[in-house]
Write a protein that binds this ligand. Sequence first.
Ligand code: SF4
Length: 686
Amino acid sequence: MGDKVLTVCPYCGSGCQMFLKVEDGQVVGAEPADGRTNEGNLCLKGHYGWDFLNDPQLLTARLRKPMIRKEGVLKEVSWDEAIQFTADKLAEIKEKYGPDAIMGTGSARGPGNEANYVMQKFMRAVIGTNNIDHCARVCHGPSVAGLTYSLGDGAMSNSIPEIEDTDLLLIVGYNAPVTHPIVARRIVKAKQKGATMIVADPRKTELARLADTWLPLKGGTNMALINAFGHVLIEESLYDKEYVSSHVEGFAEYKSGVQKYTPEYAESITGVRAADIRKTMRQYAKSGKAMILYGMGVCQFAQAVDVVKGLASLALLTGNLGRPGVGIGPVRGQNNVQGSCDMGALPNVYPGYQSVTDEKIRKKFEEAWGVPLPDKTGYRLTEVPHLILKENKIKAYYIFGEDPVQSDPNAAELREALDQLELVIVQDIFMNKTALHADVILPATSWGEHDGVYSSADRGFQRIRKAVEPPEFVKPDWQIISELSTAMGYPMAYSNSEEIWDEMRSLCPTFAGASYSKMEALGGVQWPCPSDDHPGTPYLYKGNRFTTPSGKGRLYACEWRAPQEQPDAEYPLTLSTVREVGHYSVRTMTGNCRALSRLSDEPGNIQMNPEDAAALGIRNGQLVRVYSRRGNVAARAQLSDRVKAGATYMTYHFWIGACNELTADDLDPVSKTPEYKYCAIRIEPI
Ligand code: SF4
């Protein structure tokens, strides 16, 4: 008889609890647990995404020993040599160019919150810079910024289980069946219970097909649509006047900002019928409980922060906040992207969203960590190529649990930038595309091989647990970073993940009561959880007390801006990046799962409208070459009338047909999130 180890699935922010079944020191299966968000269900990634942990054939691809590049070739070395070499190089670069010449990342994937806490502490206390960021920058960075401006907290206001108890779901740019299947299950249950579902998406997605109303807007026109929604709420006096006068500020500016966005004007921009815009807002305002859910179709545009603020304004205008079954939900994609933000793997905040520029807060961390800390905001991840190539400001890059060459836009520029650096450190579990540019590779333990905490998309801290021993020479991320820190003269001597967690809690009022023992007892704890006797917070803004400086919610209407790169005669189509259900992010883990690869390995497709294909003489399944101003890739044409004429879609998971060779690095001016969802391309048959 084997063991069953309770843990959390590592493949999306739904935070499904599951058991790993272990026999003779090997994982032999997975089964769902009765977790808060998943109630005994898992999607295919949860069921089958574990076999890379102990498959002897796949262990050959696993990073198992530290490596250092010597005379151009990566060679295996001892841990002592790897740590000393890396520490000496970092110290030398810091001495020569200053601490801000070094950039580091957190990781929103397997490592967990404790490793992110230690990494940001290393960058701040040991290197002496706030140059720490992670992949939230390329996904829900606009949610953190926009919701903080509007409401105070940059996170889902309500909980995943509440989705099924709302009366109306307004879903914008979010295809839950592919990105969060267990959240999609809640959406379907809401509909079965009688909720109205309205989906705004350029593509006829799985959710759009289920919706009561599908608003097929043109790509890059979210802001015009959201402004028109606000216009209708005011023009038809549908907004909650009492709520607005008591709990909301900025109404006069908002009203004047949305004035020109009549539904007819918005129709001319978005292609959505004015009548449907009016109908949507009448339904939204009149339902007792309405909830907004959104995803990358909102955030991966160069006007994303404005759109997030616009969506929050709709909830504020109608009083759909501060109670169960309402609110606004940026559903975080990666399993621990909420957690990496919570832990301060961001250039502007310490753990617990405490500002690095607030002197009182900085002093608190200086006292706790025993060193002076930098007082200016650090660099953002998406600025790195420019800072290396154009400004010569970064000399070393410590990349931990991310593969930016596969995941970030304009891959050719990033590769060129990495090759200019004096030191690239990659810490991961498998060889990845970024590691090909590394000077040092540090092999880390995987999910299933270490303890810790993940944060689900709805602010839920949950324990992950070690089920099996890691390969012989591999160490937990927090231990590697601690050893590096000690070698650089700042001893870190944590003996387990709980010690790290407790240090973090002692510095973060919002998380102070979320102990391991409380998570064990309750199954998980949603923040805020400020004290030992606090049970956690399923929904924010109870009593309509917002966490903004004024305590009120703030309305924002922003002028619509078209996406930065428009199609032209040379590049007449648009490209948007999407995901597929069987894979996760850049496939570091799922790409090494035999079961998942068998179920859903179809690399390099480009979805396009049959009319566009016919005009180009392209058949379904034909090989094509896709060109943008930045690069080209081969792909297989997949014709679908769910795609509008003029638009195309590619997944970003695969090395073959890697669509980030094509994507543009135009950034949102506030969050610096790239416009992955819109660039100009052309397609030629091969
Ligand atoms: Fe749940 Fe997401 Fe894992 Fe699927 S991938 S089992 S929805 S956490």
